[in-house]
Design a protein around this ligand. Structure first.
Ligand SMILES: Nc1ncnc2c1ncn2[C@@H]1O[C@H](COP(=O)(O)OP(=O)(O)OP(=O)(O)O)[C@@H](O)[C@H]1O
Ligand SMILES: [Mg+2]
Length: 285
């Protein structure tokens, strides 16, 4: 048990003409070591929800428990929560500001009040974890490629040694190679460092390939929550919400409609390839 969200409501600008209910009675349990994808149409409440998870926004109503303790309880150490639950914003590289890569990654742990020695050790560890070569440490972050900048920004959060890493659209604006590199990095942090990871994404293909669980938001409500296979089974309802299943799901459904005996819960190209090859081997296609 790591994070429990209970009957969470968020109303922005309450009592004004701009009142906006961004979250409606959201309930969610996140266990240690999960890799979760959060999807939903624009304005469905994804960014609002994740900012609640490390206490950046205070809920209008409801509760959030971190390891069984309400983060709204008196005396709760919010600063500690913010280092345990690391939040990487959208386009985090826009927040790089130090003269060199290494100083930028030192910023978070230094803010935690650690000794200078510890700060440097953590910065090194974090840069290593994101696969950043040492000869780049003294370089200005502004001279790096988009994907490299994003790695540095992620390292800045990792340097605080979080238990949970939450990333708001970590692949936005990257080319396909940069995207795969960031997702592979997150997978390695999940598998290797046993971090709990939550990513917001618009790519259903990435969701099907990487995460173990998908949470779907629609107009501030949690509407689906399950494995990619369970969630993408609802592809018609997802379409009605302005979302979709991975492209390959549609190919498989089309094959089924034409009488091909192929499983109806295929969500990745690799699975489809194996299933089609198996059918060809049995001469059933
Ligand atoms: N600071 C704010 N003040 C007022 N309303 C806000 C604020 N932030 C978000 N909202 C509103 O709350 C709702 C949810 O927004 P949120 O940013 O959480 O959605 P999202 O799912 O992250 O969208 P996107 O995919 O576009 O990033 C939207 O209607 C949005 O306009
Ligand atoms: Mg958002």
């Amino acid at each position: 048990m790591s994070i429990q969200v209970k009957h969470l409501n968020q109303i922005y600008s309450q009592g004004t003409a701009f009142e906006q209910q961004a979250l409606k009675d959201v309930n969610l349990e996140i266990e240690d070591g999960e890799f979760i994808g959060l999807i939903g149409h624009t304005g469905s409440g994804k960014s609002t929800l994740i900012q609640h998870l490390n206490g950046l926004i205070r809920a209008t109503d409801g509760d959030i428990l971190y390891n069984g303790v309400s983060i709204y309880s008196e005396g709760f150490k919010m600063k500690e929560l913010r280092s345990k639950v690391g939040l990487v914003f959208q386009y985090p590289e826009h927040q790089l500001f130090e003269a060199d890569v290494f100083s930028d990654v030192c910023y978070g742990p230094r803010n935690q009040g650690l000794s200078e020695e510890e700060v440097k050790e953590r910065a090194k560890e974090a840069l290593q974890a994101v696969g950043f070569p040492e000869n780049f440490y003294t370089q200005s972050p502004f001279e790096l490629s988009g994907g490299q900048k994003r790695r540095v920004a992620i390292a800045g959060v990792l340097a605080m040694r979080p238990e949970v890493l939450i990333l708001d659209e970590p692949t936005a604006g990257l080319d396909p190679k940069g995207r795969d590199e960031i997702l592979d990095l997150l997978k390695s942090l999940h598998d290797g460092k046993k971090l709990t990871i939550i990513i917001v994404s618009h790519s259903m293909e990435d969701m099907a390939r990487y995460v173990g669980r998908i949470v779907v938001m629609n107009y501030g409500e949690k509407v689906f929550d399950g494995t990619p296979k369970e969630v993408f089974r609802h592809y018609r309802e997802l379409e009605a919400m302005g979302l979709a299943a991975p492209q390959i799901t549609y190919v498989v459904q089309e094959l089924r409609a034409r009488g091909v005996d192929i499983a109806d819960d295929i969500t990745t190209i690799e699975e489809a390839r194996d299933a089609i090859l198996a059918l060809l081997a049995k001469e059933k296609l």
